[in-house]
Design a protein around this ligand. Structure first.
Ligand SMILES: Cc1cc2nc3c(=O)[nH]c(=O)nc-3n(C[C@H](O)[C@H](O)[C@H](O)COP(=O)(O)OP(=O)(O)OC[C@H]3O[C@@H](n4cnc5c(N)ncnc54)[C@H](O)[C@@H]3O)c2cc1C
Length: 466
């Protein structure tokens, strides 16, 4: 380590300035230069017991890839990550490293932990920008088995990646007109540029993965049809996600100008609703209130600013400490001017004679006993109601599993929460040759957990079919 490198201080990543970025959809962090990446990687102590690896749900060989960056072998570093993670450019950007690998870093507490996510992103970006992705296609010997994947989110894409390399014929069926799941329709461009996902998907297609978009399993064809002679699949992986929005059930929720975060973000991300004369527009509210405290709420509130809102307000029923959103996203939202009303819970959405939103009424809350989730239960304070005037309300309080497959495939065991029940160690469902993973099994979770589940199921499919 050279003298300039301080073991305990993290190399900051350059970012667009808040007052500039809140008017555009370009990515906020700018990435590391080679010099910055080497400096940061050099801080790693290369611990023999490598606790960071246990903090990563897919067990990326973190010290090894950091060493390769330190030695300026950037492409080798990316390949090392790809041994365990097919989407490093995505995970480097959106994984909650601060509660996973970076939390376990031995430098944590003594100083700043190594910026593992930033370095993962650097290696993946460097390889993408400097090298043609290696095409192993010719080397892959086909094994004669056909697998269908329902859903093209991170879970389905991971299964596709694992199985195509193992010689399977792989087809992904995707309900939307664009593949990528939440990574395309949910997470906005300023956190995850769409071209990165498109390149990852294109790479899978070059390897031979077929993607059928606008194909809703359970409507276009039933799950069982995929086993018929017409389709001829030997096994099916269900990675259909949790995209069914939860609403609050309060008066006024049907007013004009109330959106679920999923609808709002999908219209902005996938359907160009930010453009003038878009065919699927959204109200570009001047005063927008977003209800919720997770990543989805932050994404919606920050999108509203970029769509021209003068005020973008978060209402969250617990305190900021309990907010499930990543710290970085809360920080970015605050810097951009999103206002936070914590310990508040909406009780009614107000509208005018035409049913158009004019405001939201909320109670102030205080924290009580711990609830089933281990968090303090918010309790309404008597006579504390207040109103905020607004013209758009976005509900971002969670999503349920997509119900279509559970409803149309009655021979698959489903939990009371509507999730598909699997053996966690294998991804097998109660139906032979049908596997599942990701949010449809866990409920709304994270990209890396969805990918981890895909890897487990792919391993079982290889065992069961070959
Ligand atoms: C706005 C937003 C922000 C988020 N931010 C983060 C973050 O910063 N970090 C993080 O780790 N996680 C984040 N998450 C959560 C993360 O994106 C999900 O946990 C992850 O995408 C789940 O992956 P999946 O493959 O299980 O499902 P999805 O990504 O939901 O993909 C499922 C796919 O299946 C398709 N589908 C559904 N039903 C059918 C059917 N019947 N037939 C065919 N196709 C079907 C859907 O259209 C979808 O494309 C965020 C989620 C949202 C909504």
């Amino acid at each position: 380590m050279d003298k300039k490198t301080d073991r305990f201080t993290r190399t900051p990543m350059r970012e667009q300035k808040p007052d500039v970025r809140k008017h555009n959809f370009d990515e906020v962090p700018c990435g590391y230069s080679e010099e910055e990446a080497v400096r940061e990687a050099t801080r790693c102590l290369q611990c023999k017991h490598a606790p960071c690896i246990n903090g990563c749900p897919v067990h990326i060989k973190i010290p090894e890839f950091l060493k390769l960056i330190e030695e300026k072998k950037y492409s080798d570093a990316a390949q090392k990550i790809k041994e365990d993670n097919a989407l490093p450019a995505v995970c480097g950007r959106v994984c909650p490293q601060e509660i996973q690998c970076e939390l376990k870093c031995v430098l944590h507490g003594k100083g700043a932990p190594i910026a593992i996510g930033n370095l993962e992103r650097f290696a993946a970006d460097w390889q993408r920008e400097h090298q043609q992705a290696p095409l192993e296609r010719c080397a892959i010997k086909k094994n004669g088995k056909k697998v269908a994947i329902v859903g093209s989110g991170p879970s389905g894409l991971t299964v596709a990646d694992e199985l195509i390399r193992a010689g399977f014929e792989v087809t992904i069926f995707e309900a939307l007109h664009v593949a990528g799941g939440v990574l395309m329709y949910g997470i906005p461009e300023f956190r995850l540029p769409k071209r990165i996902m498109q390149e990852e998907i294109h790479h899978l297609e070059l390897l031979g993965v077929k993607i059928e978009t606008n194909f809703v399993v359970g409507k276009t064809a039933e799950l069982d049809d995929l086993f018929s002679d017409e389709y001829g699949f030997d096994a099916i992986y269900i990675g259909s996600g949790a995209g069914l929005p939860v609403f609050m059930g309060i008066p006024g929720e049907n007013s004009v100008g109330v959106y679920s975060a999923n609808e709002y973000l999908t219209r902005s991300n996938l359907m160009g609703a930010y453009k003038q004369n878009a065919t699927t527009p959204i109200s570009h509210g001047k005063h927008v209130v977003v209800v919720g405290g997770g990543n989805v709420a932050m994404d919606a509130a920050r999108t509203a600013l970029r769509l021209g809102a003068e005020h973008s307000v978060i209402i969250y029923r617990r305190s900021e400490v309990e907010m499930p959103a990543r710290d970085e996203d809360v920080q970015h939202a605050k810097e951009e001017g999103v206002e936070f009303h914590c310990l508040c819970n909406p009780v009614a959405i107000l509208s005018d004679a035409k049913g158009v939103v004019t405001g939201i009424r909320s109670s102030r809350m205080e924290l009580g006993e711990l609830d089933d989730s281990g968090r303090a239960r918010p309790v309404a304070i008597k006579d504390s109601e207040f109103e905020i005037a607004c013209d758009v309300v976005i509900i971002a309080i969670g999503n349920h599993p997509n119900p279509l497959i559970p409803q149309t495939a009655p021979d698959i065991d489903i939990s009371s929460r509507g999730t598909i029940i699997v053996d966690e160690t294998t991804g097998r469902t109660s139906k032979k040759y049908v596997y599942a993973g990701g949010d449809i099994v866990t409920g709304s979770a994270t990209v890396i957990l969805a990918m981890g589940a895909g890897k487990i199921a792919a391993k079982s499919m290889i065992e069961d079919l070959l």
